[in-house]
Ligand binder design. Structure first.
Ligand code: AMP
Length: 281
């Protein structure tokens, strides 16, 4: 069944109030559209947890820097609606910019902890303030019981989880493993920017992370393994922003010889496209 498309906060409240009256639980899946199987897997996860699933589609200008890809970010609402109908989402919340940031909007969620890990925050200084602010709004607007996010954006998942906990938001944040193409490449709306040749080269990110994880499991010092992964990506023509091992929860630099859980995270440019990926060890 085609999900209902709602463009106003008032309309969203009307729909969710009906569900609440009927005793139904709700999950929200925040997205920027240009949906692929990764997003649809989040919808499936939402359906596992809740009676009703809302997918928001909003390209959030506040999380893009001045020289980033806001104007060319892929948009395909008709395609997204068809995919969400197939996936069984119940409602699409696709507000215009002025609905989200009208009335002299002047509030930003300020973050510390995993948002200040010298990872995405170092290279995209506005990013997490923008993400946390829009995500907080979506949590409040929807009143959802569950929020479903991808581990693909691992630092984002940690930041949102931390924010919900710190601010006592009555919502459970659930992380879903990264959905990959058959060659290992993490699915991303931004993969559309890659040329055919670049798309083939791009698998090197996942390969270098999996090789590093293997080395670490076999006893190599994590930072040494990550330096080798970074060098190999540079040799292949990537411009590396970071390739690093971090504590899987706090994202702090791990203490050497500790047995803390590790996450390996990478961000690198291939031509004009910035790609990110991460895996557990
Ligand atoms: P985006 O629209 O790209 O900002 O992403 C919306 C949500 O989808 C975020 O929670 C992402 O982490 C998640 N997501 C994006 N790509 C994937 C993927 N390949 N596998 C799982 N989740 C993903």
């Amino acid at each position: 069944m085609k999900p209902k498309i709602v463009r106003s906060i008032e309309g969203l409240h009307r729909e969710t109030a009906k569900w609440r009256d009927d005793g139904l639980t709700t999950a929200i899946v925040p997205t920027m559209g240009a949906l692929h199987q990764g997003h649809l897997t989040l919808v499936a996860e939402g359906l596992e947890h809740a009676d009703r699933v809302i997918v928001s589609i909003f390209v959030n200008a506040k999380q893009f820097g001045a020289n980033e890809d806001l104007s060319r970010y892929p948009r395909d609402e008709a395609g997204d609606v068809a995919k969400l109908a197939e996936a069984g989402a119940h409602l699409i919340f696709a507000p215009p910019e002025k609905e989200m940031y009208g009335r002299n909007f002047a509030t930003t969620v300020v973050l510390k902890g995993p948002a200040k890990a010298n990872l995405e925050d170092k290279f995209r200084p506005h990013f997490f303030d923008g993400v946390a602010t829009i995500v907080a709004k979506l949590f409040i607007q929807s009143g959802a019981d569950f929020a479903i996010f991808g581990q693909k954006d691992y630092q984002q998942l940690q930041v949102v989880t931390h924010m919900a906990r710190d601010l006592d938001m009555p919502i459970e944040v659930i992380g879903v493993p990264t959905v990959r193409a058959s060659d290992g490449m993490a699915l991303s709306s931004r993969n559309q920017y890659l040329t055919k040749t670049e798309r083939k080269q791009a698998t090197a990110i996942y390969k270098s992370l999996t090789q590093a994880a293997e080395k670490i499991r076999n006893g190599t010092d994590p930072q040494k393994a990550m330096r080798a992964a970074s060098r190999s990506l540079t040799t292949l023509g990537f411009k590396v922003d970071y390739v690093t091992a971090r504590n899987a929860e706090t994202l702090a630099v791990p203490v050497s010889h500790s047995h803390e859980p590790l996450r390996l995270l990478a961000a690198a440019w291939l031509g004009k496209t910035r790609l990110i990926d991460n895996i557990e060890v």
